[in-house]
Structures are given as structure tokens and as C-alpha cells.
Design a protein around this ligand. Sequence first.
Ligand SMILES: NC(=O)c1ccc[n+]([C@@H]2O[C@H](COP(=O)([O-])OP(=O)(O)OC[C@H]3O[C@@H](n4cnc5c(N)ncnc54)[C@H](O)[C@@H]3O)[C@@H](O)[C@H]2O)c1
Length: 420
Amino acid sequence: MAARKRLGIGIIGSGFMTRFHIQSFVAVRDADILGIWSPTREHAESAARLAVDLGVGGFGAQRCRAFESLAQMVSAPQIDAIWIVGPNYMRVAHAQEIFARLAEGKAELKGVACEKPLARNVAEARQMLDLAQQSGIPHAYMENQLFAPSVVRGREILWRRGAAISGRPYLARTAEEHSGPHNPWFWDGARQGGGVLNDMLCHCVESGRWLLTDPQKPRHSVTLKHVSAQIAALKWTRPEYAKRLKSRMHGIDYAKTPAEDFARGVLTFQDEAGNELILEASTSWSYVGTGLRLTFEVLGPEYSMSVNSLDSDLKVYFSREVKGTAGEDIVEKQNAEQGLNPVVPTESAYYGYEGENRYVVGKFLAGEMPAETWAEGFEVVQELMACYMAAEQKRTVPFPPDGLDAFVPAVAKGEWAPGQ
Ligand SMILES: NC(=O)c1ccc[n+]([C@@H]2O[C@H](COP(=O)([O-])OP(=O)(O)OC[C@H]3O[C@@H](n4cnc5c(N)ncnc54)[C@H](O)[C@@H]3O)[C@@H](O)[C@H]2O)c1
């Protein structure tokens, strides 16, 4: 019997998200993480060790290791696919290096996957998409929420029963909120591409659109017509919080160069029958609850569904006598170690990383294009930039608005003045 094909994966970056991906691979067959590259060698080595320790990093002479350079990793014979999980400001440079090696015949890859967001603005996203399309190999845009089991199952039941019998859903509400990101570059409008809108509304717009799209029909069976949006600095520009942020996040000064910590967008779609569909997407870095909170709601004529990631069946309680160190061992972006805390027992499954990686590995091994490619990632960037434009201009903009291709948010240019 022929051996099953396996996918050897190399990951760019060894930070927070890479570690989540590595954990998720315990639930993925037919793939091994065999390489990590990031600029700080000890970090790359530590991530490679994690992969080996969890049994997802191969074994023997082929086991996962830290590479000296991205070029070496891309060209290594054991590496069949690259997962781009570096910071947003390096996206285009990383993609250029990967696809240049391929074009020169110095690498053979079955696919390239890219974390959200595809890029910081439409011009950069266009560069990414052109590179991927010219290469001719499969490319995946990684939107984990489309694989979150509660969202997947809710959508399946709702469309099969409620929509089939009483009519399609007309309203989706999606939100992602927590108390702020873990590294300085996320807070820096220029390096990240914006504030919380760019960082997290990407999840909300794509999951909301997906919930409103008939699973039997293509993505473009719903068309985005217009967008209104608002961004605000609710918490982190207050003097005491700006000071706290400055002391915790090197180089970040929200008294001088703030980014938004709250954003919401209302996206109006139309389906093929001319029905109006509304998506209310909301996000913030100014939510202090037990930890990361994801919510999804869908409303239709005779039904509704709702998901709240903090409505977990498992809760732990610690009295005031339990004074442990601060951590994220109970739930992502945890804010407290005492009192009643919900626990998401298998976060990498719950948030969708396991399902996402299982699906993308299968597609790359089959030589097929996944459902979400860099073209879908490109559209998400267009939607986010339209939200920034609508917020800056304080009006509802048609989609796509004029000037979108060259648009860079004021936040990303360091020119945003909150409250004006
Ligand atoms: N899907 C999700 O839910 C989710 C969650 C968090 C982050 N992300 C995305 O994943 C990506 C990585 O985020 P993270 O949380 O791991 O960030 P992080 O800051 O924790 O890690 C970034 C990694 O990139 C490396 N790096 C830094 N500078 C680099 C450079 N010049 N070239 C190459 N690598 C460099 C760092 O060493 C680090 O290992 C981001 O694009 C982010 O938007 C997605």
C-alpha cells in the first residue's frame, strides 16, 4: 500500500498565534510542522520544541527545527507549504520572498496560507493577491471563525431548517472584544495598519457575511452595497490608561498617536432576489470581562441563533485567598485570577483553528484551492478600508467607494484625532 501523503509545514513567526496553530495540529492528520523561522532564534527554537513536544513536529532527523533564514526554510526539501504568521508590517516582504524563491525555481510548494489580515490596506492586499495568483499554487486566507464548531453547527441547522421553511436570514450581529493586544506593534497604527478595526473587525465582517450567505450558493450571491461605520477612542487615551499603556508597550504613546479601541460597522448586502441583509459588526479593545468574548447572532423570519464564547459550561471559582500570578491559563486575554471564571476547555478547537488547519492541509495535499483564498482576504481588506473611510467621512459610503485602492486610514498615518 502506498504511504499516505503528508504535508511538511514551515511557519513564519514564533509568537502568540504560531503557538495556537501548533497546538491545533494535534487534531490534524497528514501534516507535520517541520520548520519555524522568526528573527529571534531562541523564540523560533522554543516554538519548534513545542511542536516536537506536542508530537506535531515530526521526529528523528526530520523533526521541526528553527531555520536561519526564510529563504532557507522555503527551499528546504521537507517543507511543502508555508503558513505566514508574522506581524502585519512584514506581510508583503514575506510573501515577496516566498514567491520569488518559487519563481526562481528554488522552491517547490503545494500552498501558502496567510493569517488575517491579508495586508494593511488595499494597495498592499493587491500586491499580495497578484503574487499568489501569478504563482499558480493554492493559497489560503485564514479566517478561523468560519471553522468555529458552534458557528458552523448553528449555521448548518439554521439554514437547513429555519431558512428552508420560513425564508432566509436578514440580520447578523458579530462581535469580538477583549481588553487589548499583547504586543506593542498591534497598538501602533502604522505597523499594524490601524487600531482594533483592522485587527479584529476582519473576523466579524467575514463571519457575518458567511452566516448570511446561503451555504448552497457562492459567496457572491450576496453583494455588499453600502457601509457605515464609527471608530472611537473610549479607554486607552484617558490619561491614566495612556500612561499605563506607555509603560507596558514600548514605543506606544496614545497621548500623541492614538489608534481606535472601539469600532463598529453596518454593512448592507443584497441577495440575488433583491432582499436587503444587514450585518452589524462590532469590536473593541476596551472590554474588561473575564477574557476574550466572541458573539454571533443571526435573525430570520421565524428563528434566531446565538453564540457567546464566554457562556461556557465549565467555570472555576477562586476565593480571595487564592492569589496566583497573572496569566492566560483560564481563557485567552484573561483579566482576573479570582472569583468566578468561565473556562473554554479546548480553545484551539473552539475558536476554529483545528478545523481551519485540518481543512487547509487537506486542500493543499489535494492540490486544490480552498474556499477562502487571498481573493477573499483581499475583499475583507476592501471592506475594512471602506469602514475606515465611512468613519472618517461620517457618512454611509457605497461599496466600493471611490478612492479605495489608494486609501490609507488616518490612524495608520498617525494623523487621527479622536472625537473630531
Ligand atoms: N486568527 C486569529 O485569531 C489571530 C490571533 C492573533 C494574531 N493573528 C495574526 O497572526 C499574526 C501574528 O500575530 P501574533 O499574535 O503571533 O503576533 P506576535 O507579536 O505574538 O508574534 C509575531 C511573530 O513574528 C515575529 N517577527 C517580528 N518581526 C518580524 C520580522 N521582521 N520578520 C519576521 N517575523 C517577525 C516575532 O518574532 C514573533 O515571533 C498577525 O498578523 C495577527 O494579525 C491572528
